[in-house]
Ligand binder design. Structure first.
Ligand code: ANZ
Ligand code: ZN
Length: 842
């Protein structure tokens, strides 16, 4: 039943969860992610959809290599063993995957298509080689993409990243910057938070390029600004330490030595580190001046750490009066601050603090008196007409550096020939197989470079001696397009055939927020490439994205002994975290809810849960504990509660298992009790269906099912007997059948067994999802009398099951009653359910 085949006569549903890295054991984050997906997949199947729910392994990457370094493991064997172990755990959890479509990135029949796609991109100038200052992690001994070095540290190990000039391969994601950004506006099935993160990451800025001439030279320096309206307030220019013109500019100045030393010192710090808001802003004067093309003024040129070499043109005009960063810098180095914008109807002292808002131009020559907004337009035009600049849209997004000096990844299919230069491996020679007999030491560059038999080849063009490229691809290439392959895993001609048009776009994609800027942008880039290669028709690959929250639990950290494992904790653990102390030194410990992680000793092993509670309880708790996008708080009592709930549901079925099915009674003949139960049943169907399909709030869906169990329990007697009157037996049977159908996606094992026990035909998972019958939702109302001090003051229509509080609230709001309550206090409330309420006041 898990097998899905494209079938254009049936509606499809593509339910996807981010593929795991095969570390060897699943953790609670996996359980949560995949439980959510499995509920949706199973429910959609019952809704009659043809569901694709695949799984695979993101199996290239550093840990396999580190295992090789640490304990001599064979990366291939290590990876395959881990996959086998995790696959078993997934099977134990009963996830309904299309196992026959399983893929793994490290297998040649997968990664050959990375190589194929790379060569296609090379042909279209979407892949290229370039020498650049790249982010380098010493610990991992590899280059990192900007996305992997956010805030200046390695995303994997946390080491401070440094800049290094290196040759490498890039994918031209910036070609799509505009579209990747603008399409976000229409992606309504994506959380606003993720869209905002992507917007910021792509970072579209509308502004202008202006070229300043350097005085006494024929060099020009271009600057990018979003506030060309402030250009009359520019009192200096600032260049990035890596600016290509800088050396020539300073070579014959007195300041040359100081400037070059400064640049040298900055090279040890990554861009991300240097440009942190909190980083100290430093700089030196270059000894040169530039001429402002708008007013002919000479301004000094500085070099400073906060200017990014590969943003805009690597230089900026500083306007300390209207930019906070420039203001701080001007104060520090005693540079002039000149106001050119006046806030409307207010005054400000720009010597004290920058005014960064909009207003009216002052001190700005012919533009004085214009609004800042109009001025921007006119001043851009002025630059264009006079040939020293023009409008410019700038993106923060950089091309994606995919070269990694590591072993366990896809070999880049390139051959370097002395005569021919860079030569692509011919398509018919793919895959370039990653050799397995490699010595991995973790030191001294790429392990592949040392493998002579891999490296030495003859050039496909001239047959002369040549060397293979020894960089491998970033593993984010593997995950950039994997879910296309699921649609057509056996294809030997292309990465994916036209099959994919049936399944695409993905209807629901579930994964962690940590991928918002990495994987989820890369994959949108790949989608565009796949479309342009004519493989698949869609350009935007995912209709709806759910970014599930973390799984958190208490962590305990001693100031002296760090994070404490369970056996090193004393007092108050979990029950009373505030009282916890270090079992080694007795100090009070810092107690925090943190993401589960081995290094914090706050994980829960899913295998332990499976042994103790079984798959259904574990799955149920994973979706019940919190709304999917929120953090899920681990709780022992929570999982116990889920376990007891399932046992109760089971006993309920058990009680009824002897009874023969009865026919549906006339609606008019239903007793009040039977009617109320049927209302509950159909209301539960309605709630659970929208909670899963529309809101994805699986936790409230479970809560609704729990309520139904309570109702069913009170409608049936302990010993399984009850008075059949007014169609109650039918209502109970309907309720229980519905219960099992609704429970099936959450706790498929127990629900299926219960289904059999009831003697129902067919297997539960193949049943049709129940339909809510609106006619049972209508609530009956009853008339209740309201009295004040025993005197009748009016009546109201209320639901029969309205609680005392609800009745009281309605009574107070009743217009005939309010006047009699004025200035009085309600002393006592007499509530006769279904009949009257009497307010005793004085
Ligand atoms: C003058 C100015 C005056 C600026 C003002 C802002 C406010 P976003 O919005 O991020 O695109 N800038 C330009 N190139 C830079 C570089 N390579 N490194 C660091 N900063 C750079 O930022 C654009 C603004 O960032 C530009 O506009 C420039 O400062 C600065 F009242 O120019 B502005
Ligand atoms: Zn690292």
């Amino acid at each position: 039943m898990d097998e899905a085949d494209a079938d254009p006569s049936r509606p499809k549903y593509y339910c996807l969860e981010m593929l795991p890295y095969p570390s060897g054991r699943i953790h609670m984050g996996h359980v949560r992610n995949y439980s959510i997906g499995d509920v949706v997949a199973r429910q959609q199947r019952m809704q009659g959809k043809n569901v694709l729910h695949p799984i695979g392994w993101d199996s290239f990457g550093l840990p396999a290599e580190n295992a090789a370094i640490d304990h001599g493991a064979q990366p291939m064997a290590w990876t395959e063993e881990n996959i086998a172990r995790m696959r078993k755990q997934f099977r134990r959890l009963g996830f309904s995957y299309a196992w026959e479509r399983e893929l793994a990135a490290h297998r040649p029949d997968y990664y050959r298509w990375n190589q194929w796609l790379f060569l296609q991109m090379l042909e279209r100038d979407l892949a290229y080689r370039s020498r650049r200052a790249v982010n380098w992690c010493d610990q991992c001994a590899t280059v990192l993409a900007n996305e992997q070095a956010e805030s200046g540290t390695c995303w994997r190990c946390g080491t401070t990243v440094v800049l290094r000039e290196m040759d490498g391969w890039f994918l031209r994601i910036t070609r799509y910057a505009d579209e990747l950004q603008s399409a976000l506006d229409t992606m309504e099935g994506w959380p606003e938070r993720v869209r905002t993160m992507q917007r910021n990451w792509i970072g579209r800025s509308v502004g202008a390029d202006v070229r300043f001439c350097v005085a006494d030279s024929d060099v020009e320096i271009a600057i990018f600004t979003t506030r060309v309206d402030t250009i009359f307030g520019c009192t200096f220019l600032v260049m990035a330490p890596e600016h290509p013109e800088l050396r020539d500019l300073v070579c014959d100045t007195r300041q040359a030595r100081e400037v070059l030393d400064y640049c040298e010192a900055q090279a040890h710090h990554s861009t991300a580190e240097r440009t942190l808001e909190t980083a100290e802003k430093t700089g030196v004067f270059t000894g040169r001046h530039a001429v402002n093309p708008y007013n002919g003024e000479r301004v000094p040129i500085w070099v400073a750490n906060f200017v990014v070499a590969d943003y805009g043109s690597g230089a900026l005009m500083a306007v300390p009066a209207h930019d906070t960063r420039d203001h701080g810098f001007a104060q520090r180095y005693d540079l002039p601050i000149v106001q050119v914008v006046q806030p409307a109807g207010a005054s400000c002292d720009v010597q004290q603090e920058a005014f960064v808002g909009e207003g009216v131009l002052v001190n700005s020559g012919e533009f004085t008196g214009e609004s800042t907004e109009d001025a921007r337009e006119k001043m851009v035009l002025h630059a264009t007409e006079n040939g020293f600049g023009g409008g410019k849209v700038q993106y923060r997004l950089r091309d994606w550096g995919i070269s990694r000096q590591r072993y366990w990844g896809t070999p880049i299919p390139i051959i370097h020939c002395e005569g021919c230069g860079v030569v692509p491996v011919p398509l018919e020679d793919l895959p370039v197989i990653l050799p397995l007999d490699i010595e991995i030491t973790g030191k001294g560059g790429s392990p592949l470079a040392a493998a002579e038999s891999f490296v030495r080849v003859s050039c496909p063009r001239c047959q002369g001696p040549a060397r293979r490229e020894t960089d491998t691809m970033d593993t984010f290439v593997d995950s950039g397009w994997y879910y296309y392959r699921y649609c057509d895993p056996g294809n030997t001609e292309v990465p994916v055939g036209k099959e994919a048009n049936y399944w695409f776009p993905v209807d629901l994609y579930i994964g962690g927020i940590e991928h918002a800027n990495l994987h989820l942008i890369y994959t949108r880039f790949f989608a565009r490439v796949m479309q342009e290669l004519g493989l698949v028709d869609v350009r935007e690959p995912v209709t709806r994205h759910l970014s599930q929250g973390m799984v958190v639990d208490w962590s305990y950290r001693c100031p002296e002994h760090g994070y404490l494992a369970a056996e090193k904790r004393a007092g108050g653990w979990r029950d009373d975290p505030a009282a916890a102390s270090c079992g080694v030194c007795g100090r009070a410990v810092e107690v925090k809810k943190e993401k589960m992680s081995k290094s914090k000793y706050n994980t829960v092993d899913p295998d332990y849960l499976l042994d103790r509670y079984g798959a259904d309880t574990t799955r149920l708790f994973a979706v019940f504990a919190a709304p999917p996008e929120k953090a899920m708080d681990w709780s022992d009592t929570g999982i116990e509660g889920c376990h007891r709930f399932l046992q109760r549901a089971w006993r309920l079925v058990d009680r009824l298992s002897g009874a023969d099915s009865v026919a549906e009674p006339e609606t008019g003949a239903l007793s009040a009790e039977a009617r109320a139960l049927r209302r509950k049943t159909h209301d539960t169907i309605r709630r659970v269906t929208t909670d899963i399909e529309v809101r994805l709030h699986l936790n409230t869906a479970v809560a609704a099912i729990m309520e139904l169990v309570n109702e069913l329990q009170s409608a049936t007697a302990e010993d399984g007997s009850w008075q059949e009157q007014g169609g109650l037996l039918y209502a109970v049977q309907e309720g229980i059948e519905t219960l099992l159908l609704l429970l099936c996606p959450f706790a498929p094992h127990l629900a299926s067994e219960a289904w059999e026990r009831l003697g129902k035909p067919g297997s539960l998972v193949q049943q049709v999802w129940p339909r809510c019958r609106e006619e049972f939702l209508a609530r009956e109302t009853i008339t209740m009398v309201v009295q004040v001090n025993g005197k009748r003051r009016g009546s109201m229509e209320l639901a029969p099951e309205a609680s005392k509080d609800e009745v009281l609230a309605a009574a107070r709001a009743h217009e005939g009653v309010a006047a009699h309550l004025q200035g009085k206090t309600i002393r006592r409330v007499v509530h006769v359910p279904g009949k009257l309420i009497n307010l005793v006041v004085s």
